[in-house]
Every structure is written in structure tokens, then in C-alpha cells.
Design a binder for this molecule. Structure first.
Ligand code: PMP
Length: 396
């Protein structure tokens, strides 16, 4: 691959969207794509949502950036709103998911440090997890494709099988700080953890004084039909990383924690030049205005059920290609019987439908949460047409 001005770390594809309109992305030549990828679970409100657009425009004209060295009324207001609606007592704002996870890792270690347990530094993490691309977050996974060539990585992570409570419990020793887990693995192929697993991790943490750290970067902010996915497991974490949907397309993230878990995060322990900047806070407020509107999360659950039923009805018609459907709310995956990347490219290039490939032969379906029944019907139509004229050998 020749070098290009834009560092060539992503494969090239034919789609170059220049504009967005609701659930559609529009390409350079005016071609319209039904966007059931949402920038990988980012554009919660679709493209060009008037409330989000206006909030960012108004804030940009008022105050775009100010250092965290000064007071932040916008940051205080959004943090208060997150605290009011979650398990958390305090929030640190970041610019991305990986940074939110980094802050979560630091908060967990610092909790034990503040208790005088300086040997409790290791987080137990899970196979096929994805937590980001920084040195810290690639150290937290055992995926070779993310890690190779980047040694030396950081110590302090122990990877065990996902959704296996015995393996998780057996991995705990005197150096354990806690668990870092996605309630629903996203990049790993839309795999929801079982109720027993999540409740079991909570129990182990309670018994042993460990930190339960959730990565809800992909599954959080309404995606699964509740504000956060852990609500559907009947548990609360000590610390949680959030990003993607929280800004609806504005780059931002957050680390939320209980007062107890955050006891070590005192003045001078952490920081970020941009994290919590007024523009990001305006975006976050506008997204929450919509997501917390009465009826919105019910809409996500109804559309999630509807889409899932429609997918389940469709897949037996193409049973040499499709295996099964899984997920929660509007975080759905279709498991294929063969590699999903070629099928995702086929849908994109020949049927104007944007989805995302994920590990384990899965096509991820992550539409804006604002979709309606007409959008679902169009998605099923395009998927079915794609399944009918798909020839894997030719496409691959
Ligand atoms: N955690 C999870 C669960 C994710 O899905 C992602 C992004 N795919 C990240 C962390 C990293 O987020 P970002 O790319 O914003 O750093």
C-alpha cells in the first residue's frame, strides 16, 4: 500500500458520504445510502437532527472552548444530569471512548491505591473484547490483530473467557483490582452477556471489594432500549465508560463513577485539554434532551422488537447465508454462515445499505434510534435483495 496524506490505516471502500439527511447518507454523486451503521453506533438521532444541530451552532457562537482551569457551568450541568439519571455520583468528560476507558482504568486503580491496597492493580478482561486503540486499551485485550507490533504493552490485565463466571471467579487473586467488561460485546460480534454472568460479577466485586467497570461505549445511551444496558441486568457498576452516542456525532465520551469508586480521583490526578469543552457539553445536553423525552426509550424498544422480528422472519428464506439474529434493542447482529465482510461490502456497493462487519461472521445493525417502521421495511427489503443476488465466491 503506498503512503497517502491520510495515514492509510483504514481499508478503502467506494463510499464517500458528503451529506447526511435523517437515516440517509448521500454520496459524492448523489447516491443515497440507508444508514443502519450510524457511524458505528454514534449518530443516535440520525444525521442533521435540528435540535442537536442548533445546540451546537448556538454554543459555537457563544463560547467554543475554555480551559478546564476555569469553572465550567456547561460541564457541571451535563454531569448533574448524568448523575440524576444513573448510578453515578461523579463524571469526567473525555473526547473519545478509549479515553473514557483509560479514565475508568485509572479510577479503578486509584481506588485501591487510596485504600492503601497498592498491590491491587490488575483488571480482569474478556476474550474478544474491544476497548479502544490506545496502548492502555489494546493492553486490555488479547486480540493479536489489535496488538501486534506495538510491544511493549502494559502489564496489569488478565484476559479470560467472556460470559463464563467460573473462569472470571477463578482468575481473581490478591492483585485483582476488578473486572472490565462490555455488557454486550460490540466489535466482538454483538454478544450480550448472560444475566447470571453480570449478576455474578457484581456479587464477586461486592464480596471482595473489587471494582466492576463497565464499557458501555457502544451499548450505552439508549441503544439497547434503556438509558444504559446494565439496567436490563438489574445491576449497577462502580465505574462506567461511555462515548459514541452520547454526543450524537460530536466527539465526546465520559467516565462515570460512584463516590466510593472515585475516592482516589482528587485534584491533579487526571485531566484533558478538550474533555468537557462547552461545545461537547451542548451536544451531550441536546442528545439527552431527546433520549430522555417521555416515550423515546419505549420507541427504541418497540423498533428493536420490530426489527428483530422482521430479521427473524427473513433469515429462513436465505438459510445458506444467514444463521441467527442476536442483540438487544437497536444493537442487533445477524450471524452469517460465512465471513461477513464481503456481504457488508455487497450490501453497501449494490444495495445502498450500510451495516458494519464484526467478529465471528456477524453483520452489525446499528441504526439511528429515531428510525420508524418504514425505515425497517426498507432495510429488510435491501437486505433480502442483497441476500438474493449475493455470490460469496465472486464478492470475496
Ligand atoms: N469501547 C467499546 C466497547 C467500543 O466499541 C469502542 C469503539 N468501537 C471503544 C471502546 C473505543 O472508542 P473510540 O474509538 O471512541 O476510542
Amino acid at each position: 500500500m503506498p503512503i497517502t496524506p491520510l495515514m492509510p490505516v483504514y481499508p478503502r471502500c467506494g463510499v464517500r458520504p458528503v451529506r447526511g439527511e435523517g437515516v440517509y447518507l448521500i454520496g459524492e454523486k448523489g447516491e443515497r445510502y440507508l444508514d443502519f451503521a450510524s457511524g458505528i453506533a454514534v449518530n443516535l438521532l440520525g444525521h442533521g437532527h435540528p435540535h442537536l444541530t442548533k445546540a451546537i451552532q448556538d454554543q459555537a457562537a457563544t463560547l467554543m472552548h475554555v480551559s478546564n482551569l476555569y469553572g465550567s457551568p456547561q460541564g457541571e450541568a451535563l454531569a448533574q444530569r448524568l448523575v440524576d439519571n444513573t448510578f453515578a455520583d461523579t463524571v469526567f468528560f473525555t473526547n473519545s471512548g478509549a479515553e473514557a476507558v483509560e479514565c475508568a482504568i485509572k479510577t479503578a486503580r486509584r481506588f485501591h491505591y487510596a485504600n492503601g491496597d497498592t498491590h491491587k492493580t490488575t483488571l480482569i478482561t474478556f476474550k474478544n473484547a474491544f476497548h479502544g486503540r490506545t496502548i492502555g486499551t489494546i493492553s486490555a485485550t488479547d486480540q493479536e490483530k489489535l496488538r501486534s507490533g506495538f510491544d511493549p504493552l502494559l502489564p496489569g490485565f488478565k484476559v479470560v473467557e467472556f460470559d463464563n463466571l467460573e473462569a472470571a471467579e477463578a482468575a481473581v487473586d490478591d492483585t485483582t483490582a476488578g473486572f472490565l467488561v462490555e455488557p454486550i460485546q460490540g466489535e466482538g460480534g454483538i454478544r450480550p452477556a448472560s444475566q447470571a454472568f453480570m449478576k455474578g460479577l457484581r456479587r464477586i466485586c461486592d464480596e471482595k471489594g473489587l471494582m466492576l467497570v463497565l464499557d458501555e461505549v457502544q451499548c450505552g445511551v439508549g441503544r439497547t432500549g434503556t438509558l444504559f444496558a446494565h439496567e436490563q441486568y438489574g445491576i449497577t457498576p462502580d465505574i462506567m465508560a461511555v462515548a459514541k452516542g452520547i454526543g450524537g456525532g460530536f466527539p465526546m465520551g465520559a467516565c462515570l463513577a460512584t463516590e466510593n469508586a472515585a475516592k482516589g480521583m482528587v485534584i491533579g490526578t487526571h485531566g484533558s485539554t478538550y474533555g468537557g469543552n462547552p461545545l461537547a457539553m451542548a451536544a451531550g445536553q441536546a442528545v439527552l434532551d431527546v433520549v430522555l423525552e417521555p416515550g423515546f426509550l419505549e420507541h427504541v424498544r418497540a423498533m428493536g422488537d420490530r426489527l428483530r422480528q422482521a430479521l427473524e422472519q427473513m433469515i429462513p428464506n436465505y438459510d445458506d447465508l444467514f444463521d441467527s439474529v442476536r442483540g438487544m434493542g437497536l444493537m442487533l447482529g445477524i450471524k452469517l454462515k460465512s465471513d461477513s465482510r464481503a456481504f457488508v461490502a455487497h450490501l453497501r456497493d449494490h444495495h445502498g445499505l450500510l451495516t458494519v462487519a464484526a467478529g465471528d461472521n456477524v453483520v452489525r445493525i446499528l441504526p439511528p434510534l429515531t428510525i420508524d417502521e418504514k425505515d425497517i421495511a426498507e432495510c429488510i427489503e435491501r437486505l433480502s435483495a442483497g441476500a438474493r443476488d449475493y455470490a460469496p465466491a465472486k464478492a470475496a
